[in-house]
Every structure is written in C-alpha cells, then in structure tokens.
Design a protein around this ligand. Structure first.
Ligand code: C2E
Ligand code: MG
Ligand code: MG
Ligand code: MG
Length: 281
C-alpha cells in the first residue's frame, strides 16, 4: 500500500493510505482503546443451505458502532494489521463468536459461527495453540466455529501459513477459503488446503444472470470444488433469480442481502426463532 494515489496520470498524496500520517496514527490509538474498552461489536449474516432450505450458520463481521466518521470493516482490519492490533482483535472476535454460539444455542438455534482470520494471524507462532486452548474450554462448540481465510492471505508466507492451517485442521477446526476467485488464485494451493468449504467471491456472483462468462466460471468452480471434496458457498447473492440459478448449478449454500444484511445478534435471532412460527428467513 502506498500513500501516493495515481489517477489519470496525476499523483497525489492521500493521508488515509499513509500508515504514518497523523490521521492514521490517531486511528490506531482510538482502535486500541476501542478494543481494550470493548467498544467494538460483531454483526451477523446468515448462511442458507439450498438443499435443506434452512439457515445453517452465521458469519461474524466486525463493526465499530458510534465511531464518527464511520470506519468500515475493510479499513478497520487494514489498520489493525498494520499496527499489530490484529492479534488482540482476532482473539477478541473469537471469544465473542463463541459467546454468540452459546446465545444462539440457548435460543434453540444450533448454527455454525464463521469468523474471518487475517494473514497476520496465520503467521503468529502461538495461534494454533491459542485456538486449541479456546476450543478445549468451549469443547461443546468444537467443529461449529469455522475460520475463514482468503487464498491471497496464504501467498505472503505460504510455508508458514500452510503449517498453521494444518495444525488447526488436526485440532478439528473447520476452515473455509474466503473470496475465492477474487485474487491471484492458485489451483495448486486450493487442492492442498485443509478446508471444508470454499466461498466464491461476490465479484463472480453479482452479474451471474447477465454474464455468460461468469456463469461458466462459477459452474466450473462448483464442480471442481465438489470433486475436491469442498462444500461451496456463493457470497453476495442479492436476488431470488440468482439464488435459483445457483441452486440449478448445484451450489450448496448462499449468503447475501437476499437473505439478510449483517445485523446485531438479537435482531437476527428474532427473525430466526422457531417459536415465532416459520422462520422469516
Ligand atoms: P468477507 O469476509 O468476504 O465478508 C463479506 C462482506 O460482504 C461483508 O462486508 C458483508 O457485509 C458483505 N456482503 C454480504 N452480502 C452482501 C451482498 O449481498 N451484497 C453486497 N454488496 N455485500 C454483501 P463487511 O462486513 O464490510 O466486511 C468486509 C471484509 O472485512 C470481510 O469480507 C472480511 O474480509 C473483513 N472482515 C470483517 N470482519 C472481520 C473480522 O472480524 N476479522 C477479519 N480479519 N476480517 C474481517
Ligand atoms: Mg468472510
Ligand atoms: Mg468473502
Ligand atoms: Mg471479502
């Protein structure tokens, strides 16, 4: 990332992209405080199984409520990665996600909870140990907390990242490959990854109805993933027609605004609770 942005042949300084700008440093200080003082929040987006026609899991997404101006998840994570705060942040997210699993169970909803892991976390030597300890003290949730990693996140340090993923896999932690097809995918990596789920990036799903090329790529990806033993999730599904197309293509699960936007846990539970009659989702 460079603080010099280039556009139409002009180069200009963009303080938001400079990790050493006063703005950025203030943001780091604020973020550290927000983590320490428990000011961050997780919102949740449901994931639906197309075969069973039911919600099978939720993905936890970081939010910074009350922060003005708004700092979106992508920027928040970028700041956390550059400043080293991603280590405490991810650990906080995992504890919160397990807390959410417990609340869901108490509401009669046995759903998987997925969280996003940064490439930096994969390079922490004690990360697998941390996860194993956490799962030991929350053993009733073993196998139900899914870690999402992007394929690009592997590329920065493939050997170490792969070692971490293997020990997580041995510990029985389910892994998902996030944003598949968005970066510099390598088919040789995907076949080696000890994952159970592949999430096809939103950029390939958005124009599925109008772009024949995207349809070919998505259908081929689904078939390839199935042959390799992965479940497939389509990300960013926004309408019913796309859902039906994905069903015809034998896609296993969908996530996206067509079901629900990310929202606070209590909201989601009130939409999903069996007592409320048939689920609204
Ligand atoms: P992601 O893991 O690929 O999450 C999906 C993103 O797509 C989320 O954005 C979600 O709100 C958005 N989305 C879901 N369905 C739709 C849809 O139908 N249409 C559109 N236009 N968007 C949809 P969000 O919450 O802003 O998060 C962005 C990214 O930030 C995430 O991408 C993930 O890479 C990262 N992130 C979020 N929370 C965390 C976290 O706790 N830890 C880490 N390391 N990264 C996180
Ligand atoms: Mg994700
Ligand atoms: Mg994604
Ligand atoms: Mg993403």
């Amino acid at each position: 990332e460079t603080p010099i942005a280039r556009e139409k042949g002009l180069a200009f300084y963009d303080p938001a992209r400079d990790p050493y700008s006063p703005e950025r440093l203030t943001l780091v200080t604020e973020l550290r405080k927000a983590i320490d003082e428990n000011q961050l929040a997780l919102w949740f987006q449901p994931k639906r199984c197309l075969k069973r026609n039911e919600i099978v899991g939720v993905e936890a997404l970081i939010r910074w409520p009350g922060r003005q101006p708004t700092v979106f998840a992508d920027e928040l994570i970028a700041v956390a990665e550059q400043s080293g705060l991603i280590r405490p942040l991810t650990r906080w997210v995992m504890e919160q996600a397990l807390g959410a699993r417990k609340v869901l169970l108490e509401a009669g909803l046995d759903l998987t909870v997925s969280i996003n892991i940064s490439p930096n976390n994969l390079r922490e030597r004690d990360f697998p140990l941390f996860v194993q300890r956490l799962m030991t003290s929350h053993h009733q949730h073993r196998g139900r907390l899914i870690l999402e990693v992007t394929e690009t996140s592997m590329m920065q340090d493939p050997a170490n990242s792969m070692r971490t993923l293997r020990s997580l896999d041995h510990a029985g932690i389910p892994l998902a490959i996030d944003d598949f097809g968005s970066g510099y995918s390598s088919l040789s990596y995907i076949k080696q990854l000890p994952a159970c789920e592949v999430k096809i990036d939103r950029s390939l799903i958005t124009d599925l109805l109008s772009h024949i090329d995207d349809r070919i790529i998505v259908k081929t990806t689904i078939d390839m993933c199935h042959s390799l033993g992965y479940q497939v999730v389509a990300e960013g599904v926004e309408d019913e027609e796309t859902t039906e197309l994905l069903r015809e293509m034998d896609c296993d699960m969908i996530q996206g605004y067509v079901l629900a936007r990310p929202q606070p846990l209590a909201h989601l539970i009130s939409q999903l609770r069996p007592e409320a009659g048939t689920s609204a989702l």
